[in-house]
Design a protein around this ligand. Structure first.
Ligand code: AMP
Length: 189
């Protein structure tokens, strides 16, 4: 199995690159952000619970996303592999994921960390906001998403570095070029 985490700050291109990666490597794609947006659109109880937090750029609770991940994992155990996009976003989530993978006898192949300087990220997200319709692609929410990233998500990098799982990838350039960078790393794992 090929089990990958695509890591990176908001706007790094995780969603875009995931679409190419899942296709090429036939992976089961798990984007907690996408699943939560679907819940909001469907106006489920969970959707209503997280709507405000997401539109303001905050993080939803570790328990909520853990439940989403466990459902997806357990339903797709025969898959060639998993691609996690936007998860884990806290060290607690990384620990939960370790436990869950152990429970289902799955092992993490690697963490690909897309590296993009912050000024480019904000530009990209504001551009995306013009067409994405995402409630959190506005300047105030973007600022808060970065604060959350710095405070809670960045420490996840050190967690995986200590385990020898971290693989930085240059996330600046044209989309196909970045995809090539990612594939090179994956094919050497
Ligand atoms: P994304 O589509 O990955 O940019 O996620 C959009 C929003 O969904 C984030 O800003 C958070 O509010 C929420 N979210 C997505 N994944 C997580 C997660 N792993 N932990 C907490 N909140 C999350």
């Amino acid at each position: 199995m090929l089990n990958l985490i695509l890591f990176g700050p908001p706007g790094a291109g995780k969603g875009t690159q995931s679409q190419f990666l899942r296709e090429k490597y036939q992976l089961t794609y798990i984007s907690t952000g996408e699943i939560l947006r679907e819940e909001i659109a469907a106006e489920t109880e969970l959707g209503l619970q997280v709507k405000g937090i997401i539109s303001q750029g905050g993080l939803v609770s570790d328990e909520i996303v853990a439940a989403i991940i466990e459902k997806k994992l357990s339903e797709n155990l025969n898959s060639p592999g998993f691609l996690f996009d936007g998860y884990p976003r806290t060290v607690k989530q990384a620990e939960i994921l370790d436990e869950m993978m152990a429970k289902y006898h799955i092992s993490l192949t690697g963490v690909l960390s897309l590296e993009v300087p912050e000024y480019l990220l904000v530009e990209r997200m504001l551009e995306r906001g013009k067409i994405s319709g995402r409630a959190d692609d506005n300047i105030d929410s973007i600022k808060h998403r970065f604060e959350e990233y710095e405070a809670k998500t960045k420490p996840v990098l050190a967690y995986y570095e200590a385990k020898g799982n971290l693989h930085p990838v240059n996330g600046v350039g044209e989309i196909p070029e970045i995809f090539k960078n990612l594939c090179q790393v994956i094919d050497n794992l």
